[in-house]
Write a protein that binds this ligand. Sequence first.
Ligand SMILES: *Cc1c(COP(=O)(O)O)cnc(C)c1O
Length: 233
Amino acid sequence: MTRADDLGARLGVVLARIAAACDAAGRSPGDVTLVAVSKTWPASDVLVLNGLGVADFGESYDAEAAAKATALRQAGVTPCWHFVGGLQRNKARSVAGYADVVHSLDRSEVVDALGTAAARAGRVVTGLVQVSYDEGPGRSGAAPEDVERLADRVAATEGLAFGGLMCVAPLGEPPRPVFARLRALSETVRRAHPGAVTISAGMTADLADAVAEGANCVRVGTALFGGRGPRLG
Ligand SMILES: *Cc1c(COP(=O)(O)O)cnc(C)c1O
């Protein structure tokens, strides 16, 4: 089997999983955006999936993402790029140059840095606030009680549009109750920001639970591309 056949077969499986999850939840598959998380995989894979109709790609590492976005642009392809990794303030300028959606805004410094960089570049980047349901140090994401304040800040920042919320379910606990909390928090935040409807939740292992709890953006890497090796770039 060629790599293109492999990617096509994997895409079919993932789309069927999303359709089944939507069916079980009484939702339409058209309401769920598949973000293909292409981190560590080459631009050629992105080209194949884009040719099969995938329009959204997610990346986690700035240097790799910037190179891939440039390669795709040179190939005449401009998918919607989602930056889903941890964002450092010193990467904001680079990320603002290619990302259409940043899923990982979790503190005011990165909100401000990304907004300044996007405005200078004459772009508007959609920002999601990443929520953490993990206790303890080293987590990424804002504590749930800080989310409304951060949402207001994203919405008020030039160069940014507030799009909604994102979370990664903590390891080692059932994901569905976490996704239920995210859905409830999204409802709260939408009282002040009715257009911020994105709920980015669900990955290879837990996308059905996320769709059951209202996720409308799932971020899938492994099921589409295979197991990841060492990171590039
Ligand atoms: C890598 C990554 C994914 C994809 O995870 P898989 O388990 O490979 O589907 C989704 N979201 C984020 C934030 C990631 O870093």
